[in-house]
Design a protein around this ligand. Structure first.
Ligand code: PBG
Length: 392
């Protein structure tokens, strides 16, 4: 067979070869002379049947830079550290034991007091020094106007105080929204016609944020998606002298199905309405439509102009494009919330042995960083930090 024929076939049996030994003539290199097999003798160190080919003339071979773990780790573009994590903590005071959350295996409502301190101490021992507090409010304290949200002695405010008393250098974040305290289960006050009132709600969000700052919060985090709340909270904090308290805004928070387990944890899902009070069954008139991308730019511009210090995207894994968008739209730090439903999915697959949990979780964390997130809110905060420290 001559070169011309080889070019046509792309390959040719070589004389005297073993049945499976073929000389492969690279189509792309067809003008170069064919390499002839070494008399059918298998090359050492490769399985019999491995084709013998002319080396490609490649100036660029990206695999050279993936050669060894030493080199891969030397040129890795982003790293994950426990310093990036913000650990959410659920707190209750209906007894002194931690209460498991069925849809979030491994996560508990922590009993206010020693159990909260122990949990945070464990997190700190692995380098996690940031937490966000979510109180489980007893039903009898919930009202349609959610005044418990700014009770100076509410569970949230007491927990903040407890944490700052025990760990002065802990960064304590809060959630600013009415849903854990609202008998209707919405982030804002609901009118009888079923409208979530914007400006009226903001008045109470400001009181809530100020009460959290008075309790010692370092960062208040409005998660309610009312319009104008970042600016209003900034002015309220400044007026009360809290110019050093930061605002982490839930800038692009989507009306997501992935919050289900969280609402189980706090029993905070929207409640059924009645004939004279129509309660919307979902949060779609304030949280963003999952189909929307440009709208996140609008939210980001507003939050930045209103004085946000950190912008957040939520949920996490299905929204990495939005994380990247905020990273490129603004110089502010970007946070991402790896939400309860994402945690539940990983746990469920891991429990069935369908995923390697450690690898899958650390990959998710790395991908948040690659997308541009500085901060990661995750229920895996302690476990991931143990894995990062080399624990099994
Ligand atoms: C409350 C709030 C929610 C979450 C954080 N803050 C629930 C919601 O908006 O319904 C969800 C967190 C999670 O799912 O892990 N405004």
């Amino acid at each position: 067979m001559n070169t011309q024929q080889l070019r046509g076939l792309g390959r040719a049996p070589c004389t005297g070869c073993h049945r499976r030994s073929l000389v492969i003539r690279n189509v792309a290199e067809a003008t170069r002379p064919a390499v002839v097999s070494t008399n059918g003798k298998a090359r050492a160190g490769v399985p019999e049947g491995t084709p013998i080919v002319t080396p490609q003339d490649l100036p660029s071979r990206p695999r050279r830079n993936r050669r060894s773990e030493t080199f891969r780790s030397a040129i890795r573009e982003c790293i994950v550290s426990p310093a990036n994590f913000i650990l959410p903590i659920f707190v209750h005071e209906e007894g002194s034991t931690n209460i498991p959350i069925a849809s979030m295996p491994g996560i508990f409502r922590l009993a206010y007091g020693k159990n909260v301190i122990d949990y945070v101490a464990e997190a700190r021992s692995y380098g996690v020094n940031q937490v966000v507090v979510f109180p489980k409010t007893p039903d009898h304290l919930k009202t349609p106007t959610a005044e418990e949200a700014f009770n100076p002695n509410g569970l949230s405010q007491r927990t903040i105080r407890l944490l700052k008393d025990n760990f002065p250098d802990l960064e304590v974040y809060t959630d600013v929204a009415l849903d854990p305290y609202n008998s209707d289960g919405h982030d804002g006050i609901v009118s009888d016609a079923g409208v979530i009132l914007n400006d009226e709600t903001i008045e109470y969000l400001c009181r809530q944020a100020v009460s959290q700052a008075q309790a010692g919060a370092d960062v208040v985090s409005p998660s309610d998606m009312m319009d104008g709340r970042v600016g209003a909270i900034r002015r309220a904090l400044d007026r009360e002298g809290f110019t050093n308290v930061s605002i982490m805004s839930y800038t692009a928070k989507y009306a997501s199905a992935y919050y289900g387990p969280f609402r189980d944890a706090l029993a905070s899902a929207p409640k059924p309405g009645q004939a004279h009070r129509r309660i919307p069954p979902n949060k779609k008139t304030y949280q963003m439509d999952p189909a929307n991308y440009r709208e996140a730019v609008r939210e980001a511009k507003a939050d930045e102009a209103e004085g946000a210090d950190i912008m957040m995207v939520k949920p996490g894994m299905p929204y990495l494009d939005v994380v990247r968008l905020l990273r490129e739209t603004s110089p502010l730090p970007v946070a991402v919330y790896h939400v309860s439903g994402e945690y539940a999915m990983l746990k469920a697959a891991a429990e069935r042995g369908w995923l390697n949990e450690k690898d899958a979780v650390l990959e998710a964390m790395t991908c948040f960083r690659r997308a541009g997130a500085d901060l990661i809110l995750t229920y895996y905060g302690i476990e991931a930090s143990k894995w990062l420290a080399g624990e099994k």
